[in-house]
Structures are given as structure tokens and as C-alpha cells.
Design a protein around this ligand. Structure first.
Ligand code: B12
Ligand code: SF4
Length: 486
């Protein structure tokens, strides 16, 4: 485990600590979401929202500055004049986080960094900031302020009852920007969100009981913890009222893992007529016909699965503990219930052969799914894949964190398959998916999309020739669309 003491448990001190017995009560904190590439700004940074709500509940002044949402960090810092800047970062955003940290230091602001990247690369992060937090940040950040911790790497036990953390301080997030996510980034995984509909995200659990070798949950060392169904319903009702959203995505890793809780949430949604369309992430083996039907009645319209592969050998290599047959069944159950099955696949895992990759591509072709993302196996620091890359001398001499974005990884974990070959296969499958999606989106906007990228026309034609059933389905959908728009 890389994350130090991240595996201990503690009951949160909220709301008891509203007594402010410490000098830190007058401190002002600016939490910063760094980055300039809008493709990363699909959903609001709820992690900073949680940190902010926890600080507010403890009497600390706080604001959130979201560079990804277009805010000018220097300007906002100048206006708010914080004592402390708390910067978050995932691995691909590390360079942006360090740039922002340097800017804060220049302005004489005390700097703290947390988040996934700082948690697994604390020594690197410490070269850029005063204090690094490993693991969950709520208790740690408060302790830094209260106890005046001036430098070093700190870690605090995980919060046992996450209902004790107030809902994210959405009033400090750029909600106007994020509710329009679907219009800004039409091809994100928010496939179920109708064009023009407002959307928001919620996080109602933390952790996952499995340990796939590419996932952050392997180093977090934390058990899965859940918000109570009642808290979930009241949070959703509040977001709907405050921001007028019609759709919600549950961003946690594994919404369906606790069936009993999910069933209660669905029943409360139906009884309370919560009236929201929603989607969430699940493993393929956490579902059954009955829960899917109930979820659909409660408004579920998309389930995003980590399918990962069409090759059983690779699923086993990844320690996914699922089967290709379960992948297939999950898609069938969703289709039956009127829920969009969406998902991600990984190619280029250690030991994977070109034949395995082809099995995945064939799985996507045969399954008929419309929306999927195919990534190249990326060894994020802290994961078992990272250890594998080091043990097998696969690390290049130099690399840039911004390349750890699912397609550009500088570390080739399956050296026997040339990266160009992987990228070509991914491109082909993306074209297939783009054609499948054409039936759903407005015909004119789809044609406009193709004209914008004329280089793809030949590949699209090639794919259509190779898949006659696709042509038939597409033609049916387009005709239906033309008639229904009259
Ligand atoms: C929702 C989500 C997204 C959303 C929103 C991201 C966001 N900024 O919140 C979207 C869709 C935009 C997204 C995009 C991406 N994501 Co993402 N995402 C997630 C997901 C599923 C949940 C994040 C979350 O809210 N977690 C719950 C909160 C409570 O945990 P947390 O984020 O770790 O925050 C706690 C601590 O880390 C700490 N902390 C965090 N920041 C700070 C700052 C300070 C100052 C302090 C003191 C503490 C602190 O305190 C927080 C509260 O306890 C995670 C997986 C997961 N379950 O965490 C992946 C995850 C974070 N994503 C990941 C990746 C790779 C990406 C992308 C690069 C994917 C891509 N190629 O597009 C981009 C990068 C975007 C970005 N801004 O960095 C990886 C990161 C791996 C890594 N080493 O960096 C994760 C871990 C999933 C995985 N593959 O393992 N993502
Ligand atoms: S099931 Fe999903 S969230 Fe859980 S460890 Fe595996 S990849 Fe991570």
C-alpha cells in the first residue's frame, strides 16, 4: 500500500466541532481545481465540494476556484485573498497542479495538495507545496488549519460514517457551467442525458470491495462506505430544486454493489416521485433482472460498466473476477429493461495478445452497444499495473504525467503489440460506435459532424460495407427520426 495510514477508521467530528475552539477559525481557504483542457470538465469536482462543506461546518471560510470551468485562478486568489490554497490533482493534471502551486507560493499563500496523485506520489508533490495530504482530506485539512501543521506529508484515518460529512458545497461550485455538460461535451459518457437537458452528479458511497489491478481502490486501503438512502434522496431533491436539473449521474465506482441499499433508494425515489432520470457505474456481476427493472422504474436510463475485455484470459489477468458471459448478460438485461448499457474496455494489458484485442473488438461489434470507451491500459502510480511496469523494466527514462490520459500512456504494457496497431483498432471501433450513435442524434448534426472530419468518410464507408446489419439498423432509425420529426 502506498497511501500510508489511509486504512484506519474514524468517526467524523462534524457537526460536534462547530464549537471552533481553535485559532484557525478565521482562516480563509481557497480550494483549487487546476487544468485548462475542457474535455476534463465533464462533472463538477465534488471532492472539493466535500472538503468545502466540511470546512464550512467547522467555521472555516472557504471558496472554490475552478480553473477547468474557466475561472482565472490568479484573479480569484487576488479577490479572495486566502491564507491557504488547497490544490487537488489527478495524475494527468499534476503539471497543472504544480503550476498553480507555484503561482500561490509566489503570492505568499500557504499551499496544501491532496487528491489521487498527491496521495500516491507524496514526495514528488512535496517539492511543490508546503503540506501534502495522503488519502481522504476532510479531517486532514481541518487538522492542518487547527494545529498549524507547517510542512510535510500527513494522512488521517478514513471517515467511518460518511453521512457525517455534509453534502458537497455546490453553492461554491460552478454549477451553471457543469449543468450544461451535455451541451458542452456531447460525446462524453453522459449518453443517457437528453440533448439540452441539465445534469448534475452525486457521490453516495466511497470505496469498492474488489481489487482490479489497474484501479485506485487497490492502494486506498479503505472499506466501502455508504450514505444512507434517506440522505441520498434528500440530496437529489435539493439539487433538483436548487439547479433545476432533470438528470443525475452517480459518480461512485460501484453504485449497484450494495443491492439492498440500492433497492431502498429506488423505492424511495418511486414513492417520493423524485422524477429524475439517472445513470451510474456498476460491475457486470452486481446486477440481476429484478434490480434492473426496479432501477428503471425509479428513473435509471444508463448503467456504465467496466466491461474491460472480450477475452476471458485478459479479464483474469486484470483480476476482474467477471466473465465475458456476464458482460454479455448485463447488456441483454439492460436492453430488455430499456436502460442504455454503456461501458469501458481496456486493451494492451500485460500479457495481452493481438488475438485478445480482436476478441474485445468483436465483442463490441456483436454486442450492439452504442456508447463505449476503449482505453489503452495505463499504469497509474499506486496500482498493481504500475508495480508491474517497474518490475518488468517498462518505464521509459522520461515521461510526462499529462500523457496518463487513457490513450497516450508512455508505458507500453504489452510490448508485443505495437501501439500504432492498438490505436488503429481503437479508431476502427470508434467509427463503428459513431455510426451506431447516428441513429440517436439528430441526422443533420451527425452529417455535419462527418463533414467536419472528411478524413473519416472513407473509414465510415468501409465500416458500413463490412457491417450490412448496421446499414439496415441505421436506415431504420433515420427513417423513424425523419417521420417522427414531421
Ligand atoms: C467522478 C470522476 C471523474 C469526473 C469528475 C472529476 C473530479 N474532478 O471530481 C470526470 C468525469 C470529470 C473525471 C475525469 C477524469 N478522471 Co476521474 N474519476 C472520477 C471518480 C469516479 C470519482 C471522483 C470522486 O469524487 N471521488 C470521491 C472523492 C471523495 O475522493 P477523491 O476525489 O479522492 O477526493 C478525496 C481525497 O483524494 C482528498 N483530496 C482530493 N483533493 C484534495 C485537495 C486537498 C487540498 C486535500 C487536502 C485533499 C484532497 O480529499 C477528498 C475527500 O476525501 C474517480 C474514482 C474515485 N472513486 O475516486 C475517478 C478518478 C479520479 N479519475 C481518474 C482519471 C484517470 C480521470 C481522467 C484522467 C480520465 C480521462 N482520461 O479523461 C479525467 C481527469 C479529470 C480531472 N479533472 O482530473 C482516475 C485517476 C487516477 C490517477 N492516478 O490520476 C480515478 C481515480 C479513476 C481510476 N481510473 O482509477 N473523473
Ligand atoms: S470493480 Fe471497478 S471500482 Fe472496484 S476495484 Fe475493480 S475497477 Fe475498481
Amino acid at each position: 500500500m502506498v497511501g500510508g495510514r489511509t486504512g484506519e477508521e474514524v468517526d467524523s467530528i462534524w457537526p460536534v466541532a462547530v464549537l471552533y475552539p481553535y485559532s484557525g477559525r478565521h482562516m480563509k481557504v481557497a480550494l483549487i481545481n487546476p487544468g485548462t483542457d475542457e474535455k476534463y470538465a465533464v462533472q463538477e469536482p465534488l471532492n472539493l465540494g466535500f472538503l468545502a462543506s466540511h470546512l464550512l461546518a467547522n467555521g472555516i471560510g472557504v471558496t472554490i476556484i475552478d480553473e477547468l470551468a474557466g475561472q482565472d485562478v490568479a484573479r480569484e486568489l487576488g479577490l479572495y485573498k486566502p491564507d491557504i490554497a488547497g490544490i487537488t490533482a489527478t495524475t494527468p493534471m499534476a503539471a497543472d497542479a504544480y503550476r498553480v502551486a507555484a503561482m500561490c507560493k509566489e503570492m505568499g499563500i500557504f499551499t496544501v495538495m491532496g487528491g489521487v496523485h498527491a496521495s500516491v506520489m507524496p514526495d514528488e508533490a512535496l517539492k511543490h507545496v508546503d503540506v501534502v495530504v495522503k488519502g481522504e482530506g476532510e479531517t486532514a485539512l481541518l487538522d492542518i488549519i487547527r494545529d498549524g501543521i507547517g510542512n510535510g506529508i500527513i494522512s488521517r484515518p478514513y471517515i467511518k460514517n460518511i453521512d457525517t460529512i455534509p453534502p458537497p458545497a455546490r453553492h461554491l461550485l460552478q454549477m451553471d457551467f457543469y449543468v450544461r455538460s451535455k451541451s458542452r461535451i456531447p460525446h462524453s459518457y453522459l449518453y443517457f442525458v437528453p440533448e439540452g437537458a441539465k445534469t448534475a452528479s452525486v457521490l453516495t458511497s466511497r470505496g469498492c470491495p474488489y481489487s482490479c489491478i489497474y484501479c485506485h481502490n487497490t492502494w486506498r486501503g479503505m472499506p466501502t462506505r455508504y450514505n444512507s438512502p434517506e440522505r441520498v434522496i434528500s440530496e437529489i431533491a435539493g439539487i433538483k430544486k436548487e439547479y433545476g436539473v432533470e438528470t443525475i449521474f452517480f459518480i461512485e465506482d460501484n453504485l449497484f454493489v450494495n443491492k439492498k441499499r440500492l433497492r431502498t433508494i429506488c423505492e424511495l425515489m418511486i414513492e417520493g416521485n423524485v422524477d429524475v432520470l439517472w445513470g451510474g457505474n456498476s460491475r457486470v456481476d452486481n446486477l440481476d433482472r429484478e434490480s434492473i427493472a426496479l432501477a428503471q422504474r425509479a428513473g435509471c436510463r444508463q448503467i456504465t460498466f467496466g466491461f474491460e475485455s472480450g477475452s476471458q484470459r485478459v479479464l483474469d489477468l486484470l483480476k476482474k473476477k467477471t466473465t465475458v458471459a456476464q458482460n454479455k448478460l448485463a447488456i441483454e438485461l439492460c436492453n430488455e429493461a430499456g436502460i442504455i448499457p454503456q461501458g469501458t474496455f481496456i486493451v494492451g494489458s500485460p500479457g495481452e495478445t493481438l488475438e485478445d484485442v480482436r476478441l474485445t473488438m468483436k465483442f463490441i461489434e456483436d454486442s450492439g452497444i452504442e456508447s463505449a470507451g476503449v482505453c489503452i491500459a495505463t499504469p497509474y502510480p499506486g496500482t498493481q499495473l504500475w508495480d508491474y511496469a517497474i518490475e518488468h523494466n517498462l518505464m521509459p527514462e522520461t515521461y510526462t504525467w499529462s500523457d496518463f490520459d487513457y490513450l497516450n500512456t508512455p508505458i507500453n504494457l504489452s510490448p508485443e503489440i505495437p501501439k500504432q496497431e492498438l490505436l488503429k483498432l481503437i479508431e476502427n471501433v470508434n467509427i463503428l460506435l459513431a455510426i451506431r450513435q447516428m441513429g440517436r442524434v439528430n441526422v443533420l448534426s451527425a452529417i455535419r459532424g462527418i463533414i467536419k472530419e472528411p478524413s473519416k468518410i472513407f473509414a465510415i464507408l468501409q465500416s458500413l460495407v463490412k457491417n450490412p446489419s448496421l446499414v439496415k439498423n441505421l436506415a431504420k432509425r433515420v427513417i423513424k427520426q425523419i417521420f417522427s420529426s414531421r
